[in-house]
Design a protein around this ligand. Sequence first.
Ligand code: SF4
Length: 353
Amino acid sequence: MDETREEARRNTRARFEQWAKNPTCAANTLSAVHNVRLDKAAEAIGLKPSFGQSPFALARGNNFEWGLFAEDASRLRAALERRACLPEGSAGFLDLRLKMNGGSRLAAVDDALAATQTWLQGLSEGDPQPASIVAAPMIKIPRGVILPEALLIIDAVTVVVEDGKPTLTVGEIKVFPDRGGHTDARELATARAQAGLYRHALEMAVDAGGWAADLNVARDGFLVFTWPGSNQPSIRPGEDLSYQAVRAARGFDRLEEVAGLLVRDDDFSADAPQLIQRVLEADTAYSEACLSFCDLAPRCHKTHIEKEHGLVLGEEAARLLGETTLSRAVELMNGAEPADDREADLQRQLESL
Ligand code: SF4
C-alpha cells in the first residue's frame, strides 16, 4: 500500500496534466483522481494504447525549453517582442524553475512555491523593477482538488506594467511546429486547454493571496511553438483563453467533487478492475484535445460519429452546429426548410461559409 501511495504521489503532476487536457470529462477526472491509467482502461475494452512519452520527444522538449530560457531568456524575449507580447527593450528574467528542471537556484518544491509567492507579493506591492519574463512559477491550487496535492507549474508568464498595475499573461510552451493555418488542430486545442487552465489557476492564486486589486491576469495568453524544422520559437500571441478558462473552472469544481466524494487512501491502486470499470462507465466530454492524449479517444470519437455530432469535425464546427446533427446540417445546406428560428439562423450561417 505504501508503494502505491508513493507512486500516486510521484505522478501527481502527470495526472494533473492529463486531467488539464480535458477537465470536463468525468472519465478523465476519475482517472486522474483515482490514479487509473487510461491505457489500462483502453486495454480493458480491447483498444491498443498508443500514447506514452517517447524519450526522444521529451529530450527535444527539454532542449527547446532550455534554449528559450538560456542567457536570461534572450531567445524567448526577442520572439515575444517581435510579436508585441512585450514592449521593445523589455528587461528582467526571474527563473523559478527547479534545478532538476534546468533552473539555477531552487532545489525543492517548497522553495519554488515560496519564491512564487514572494514574486506575486512583490508585484502586488509595486515592485519598481519587475522581471518581464518569469519561468515556471509554481502554484499550489488553493483548494483540495486532487490528492495528495495539486501543484501546477506554468511554463512562462510575462509581466507588463501599465498605469502602475502589472498585467500577468500566461504562456504555454510546446515543441511542436507552428504551421500557421495548418498547425495540428489537436495540438493547438491541447495547448489552449492547458493555457486556459493555467490562467484560471493563476487567477485563483491571485485571489487567494488577496492581490486581485493590485494584479491583473490577462484574459488572453500566448503559445510558444517551434518554427518547422528548427528549435527557434514561433509565438502565437493574443490567444483568447476565456472559453478554456471557464471549462477549467467547471473542471475544477468537478474534480473537487469527485476527490471529495470518492477518494479514500485505499483507492490508490491504479490497476484495480473496479476502478477501471468506473472510468469506463463514467460520462465523457469528447473534444479535439482527446486525440492527443487519451487512449480511449477511438471509443469516444466513434460514439460521436454514431451520434453525428459536429465535434467529429472539430470544436469550431461543434460550436456552430450545437445540437444539430451533421446530416441535418447537410440538409439545411441543401436548402431544406428550417424547422424553427434556430435552424433558420444556422442555415444562414452555413450559407455564408
Ligand atoms: S477520449 Fe473520451 S474518455 Fe478520454 S478524455 Fe476524451 S472524452 Fe474523456
